[in-house]
Design a protein around this ligand. Structure first.
Ligand SMILES: [Zn+2]
Length: 413
């Protein structure tokens, strides 16, 4: 038991100690220039550079080149890529003290600490930005991480969600205005039933148009939960930004999304597998019934051919996992499934979790690539993910905004 407690502590200490041994307890980028070398650098936009060095100053990338000479961090045979981005998580969802997902009787402080744990495991596994779709409590976690002391990924959150019960088009517009005022980064809308209830559409075109149109007017993007093809089509016709899940989408829906430039975020590698792996922790809560689990188990293998059809349709697919309790920190499983089960090229799957994900969130000029001017969000994995995509789960170095949060020694050969 002691060992388990000491390991995260040791990692936490490494995180705040630069390699020179100076001690700073505030996670601010070091003054001066920092350089990181690795056997290969994937820039997140499709380019690979061998034996490259990334120069960082003030938390931003200054240069990427192939200079020789000493560097601050020499990562040897590792591969460097941009910090990974997950466009759909639920950062607060967790198993409580009783091991269950219901979280009955928890205090607000306990909930906050569980959420902080989720943020920590997400970050040290190489995910430097997440989009949480989303609870009001995300706001405090997001703002705490932004203060620069608590380690966690950058968080964007919808701070809640709208659904058919939010009301008529006028009520939906009012909801969007209220969320904007509350500090939401985007709007989450449930336009279909849960996959555990079959996924049929729940909102009308008029409702979706009102919500997505008002969001646009407020400068916010819209993520639409849509399992069925009909719901995905309605969300696309309504001018929403991104369609989530889509377990039952068809060629018509995919074609329309591709034509309209709507992003599609299928979740094929983590969320359903995690539910099944942790079934006793969910079973008996709400619609987590035996019937609900049957729907989910059936969708795991049918999601793979759905993803292949989506690839063929050329719809843009930023990476999102829908990570819930049990799934945090395992986000890269989604990228691995896209390659191993969905037939996507490794480079394209990595782009989906870096520059394309950043673009889908309107952050392409700030994160998602290793390029001058962007935030220094760097992840190194042990090996070459272009040859073996599973290496994305062997993260050994994490930098966010120029601050190193993880720097494991090179594995023994
Ligand atoms: Zn979700």
């Amino acid at each position: 038991m002691r060992r388990f407690l000491l390991v995260p502590l040791a990692i936490a200490l490494m995180a705040v100690c630069p390699p020179s041994g100076g001690h700073t307890l505030l996670a601010q980028p070091p003054s001066g220039t920092v350089t990181v070398r690795a056997a290969r650098v994937l820039d997140g936009r499709g380019a690979t550079l061998q034996n490259a060095v990334i120069e960082i100053a003030g938390g931003r990338i200054v240069r990427v080149d192939q200079r020789s000479g000493p560097v601050t961090y020499d990562l040897g045979t590792a591969t460097l890529l941009p910090g990974m981005i997950d466009t759909h998580v639920h950062i607060g969802y967790h198993f409580g003290k009783d091991g269950r997902a219901s979280n009955e009787g928890e205090t607000a402080v306990e909930m906050a600490l569980f959420a902080a744990e989720n943020a920590w495991v997400t970050l040290i596994n190489g995910i430097t930005t997440v989009q949480s779709a989303g609870a009001l409590a995300d706001k405090d976690l997001r703002d705490a991480i932004n203060r620069g002391v608590l380690p966690g990924p950058r968080i964007l959150s919808s701070l809640g969600s709208a659904n058919e019960r939010t009301g008529d088009p006028a009520a939906l517009r009012a909801y969007v205005v209220k969320q904007k005022a509350a500090g939401a980064d985007f709007i989450k809308i449930f336009a279909s039933k849960s996959i555990r209830d079959g996924g049929a559409p729940t909102m009308t075109l008029e409702q979706l148009q009102a919500a997505c149109d008002e969001a646009k007017a407020q400068g916010l993007r819209t993520l639409v939960h849509a399992q069925s093809a009909e719901a995905a089509i309605l969300g696309t016709k309504a001018g929403c930004t991104q369609i989530e899940h889509g377990a039952f989408v068809n060629d018509e829906a995919l074609k329309l999304m591709a034509e309209k430039g709507v992003y599609f975020d299928p979740n094929i590698g983590l969320v359903l597998q995690n539910y099944v792996e942790n079934k006793p922790r969910f079973l008996g809560i709400g619609n987590y019934t035996e019937e609900g689990f049957a729907f989910m188990e059936k969708a795991i293998p049918t999601n793979y051919p759905m993803f292949k059809k989506a690839l063929a349709s050329k719809v843009r697919m930023p990476m999102g996992t829908d990570a819930v309790a049990g799934g945090h920190g395992q986000n890269a499983r989604e990228i691995i499934a896209r390659v191993k089960n969905g037939g996507q090229a490794p480079m394209d799957a990595i782009i989906g979790a870096t520059s394309l994900a950043a673009e889908s969130m309107g952050l392409a000029t700030r994160i998602g690539a290793l390029a001058p001017g962007l935030q220094a969000d760097l992840v190194a994995v042990d090996g070459n993910p272009l040859q073996d995509i599973e290496t994305l789960r062997r993260v050994r170095f994490v930098m966010k905004g120029g601050v190193v949060y993880r720097n494991d020694p090179a594995p023994a050969r």
